[in-house]
Design a protein around this ligand. Sequence first.
Ligand SMILES: [Zn+2]
Ligand SMILES: [Zn+2]
Length: 104
Amino acid sequence: MRESKKFQKRSEDFTCEKCGAKVKGTGFTNHCPKCLWSRHMDVNPGDRASTCRAMMKPIAAISYGTEYVLVHECVKCGHRKRNKTSPEDSMELVIHYSSKPLKD
Ligand SMILES: [Zn+2]
Ligand SMILES: [Zn+2]
């Protein structure tokens, strides 16, 4: 018998596997506003087609004027992705990561 557990909800409320915070999904954000960790879900933005599903750690934040973009790196496959920050994100942490040099 196949498992009937529904584990892919489109509304995307999720519990952060890094810090345990309950995150309310907006459909745009897929990272935790408390610790900024994300999850490798997409092949193309928003498609949730990745089979990796590993955690993605924030490695840097890049500022574009007043906006910040977080760079996440998958702990399993090394895939890198940029994510816009949202107003709920911990600004303290965003600034912390923005001071980190991005190594290529
Ligand atoms: Zn978290
Ligand atoms: Zn991955």
